[in-house]
Design a protein. Structure first.
Lengths: 159, 159
DNA sequence: CACTTTCTTGAGTAATCGTTCAAGAATAAT
DNA sequence: ATTATTCTTGAACGATTACTCAAGAAAGTG
């Protein structure tokens, strides 16, 4: 809260008038974070097609200059106490997973990956992979691009 | 600290006399956590061989009844402010990675996986996968065993 | 046994936390 | 221009935080 007050140049009262509570503010931030994430994926799909979007998305993470490389939803899931905030994080992760699933389904329809795969399973696994990648990006001693490339290349083996 | 005081039935002074500071206590806990983790992997190797240990380790995570399923080292890496504590988490993760690497090397020598793989790359990727798995375990709506099985089975495809 | 060392306690401290609210300032509507 | 509404502020609040220390209790030693 201190950091926000400083960067917004606002006193606590204003922030509480707008968001009600610290948790309310955080919940809003979570939702916005999830929204923009999904929007970026949709954009990538239009540019590169379904499978290309998944690959581009993974590669983009490695080059992301954002201070926190790990996913805000995951960080919240791991650290928030049981309650509405943590539940919201889990729910947003689930809807991200369904976005991945429909990209895999689309890729399958387009013949980019083999028909025998279950898109829901692929999505679950891919989200886990992305979560691992993004956590690993926080380590200063790991080659981010190499790891992202491995994951992106793995998607090509689903042909 | 409150929780610890309660469960240990000790007053703050005793804890500070023993560990110096909250960070000192946390650093000790981190080291112990990493030690016992490595010890468990060594035990699994003696029981199941190198590749079997990696598979058993992944599967054991899914059944772990511990309250926090995600890795303490990863949680620390993601949330601790820059400083010695976070550095210790990163260093412990690195040494876990080298344990994975030597298991892969051993598996390779035993002919359990093909010779053309780079054990260090395998280790890096596997640790990322495990990190993703363990974070995903915190989600109440995901089939933990299914995901762990997928990762364990993936190790067999390295033949 | 007395005595030294180690461990533990009770009672504190100063700083920070999330939060509130009456009153003032700025903006919009009539 | 006056009123009604929204936004912002300054100054606080009780609770919690990490931490300290002199004094007492327990354990080990000769």
């Amino acid at each position: 809260m201190k950091d926000l007050e400083q960067v917004l140049d606002l006193r606590p009262g204003s922030i509480y008038a707008a968001f009600g509570s610290k948790d309310g503010l955080f919940a809003s931030a979570l939702d916005r974070y999830a929204e923009t994430g999904a929007a970026r994926l949709a954009e990538l799909r239009d540019q590169h097609g379904p499978l290309g979007a998944l690959k581009a998305h993974a590669m983009a993470l490695a080059d992301d200059p954002a201070p926190a490389r790990a996913c805000m939803l995951v960080k919240t899931l791991l650290e928030a106490p049981e309650g509405p905030v943590r539940d919201a994080a889990a729910a947003n992760l689930r809807s991200m997973e369904t976005v991945f699933a429909s990209l895999f389904r689309e890729a399958q329809a387009a013949g980019e990956i083999a028909a025998h795969h279950d898109p829901d399973r692929l999505a679950r696994r891919h989200q886990s992979d992305i979560t691992g990648l993004r956590a690993t990006l926080e380590r200063p001693d790991v080659d981010a691009t190499a790891l992202a490339t491995e994951i992106a290349d793995g998607l090509d083996t689903l042909r």
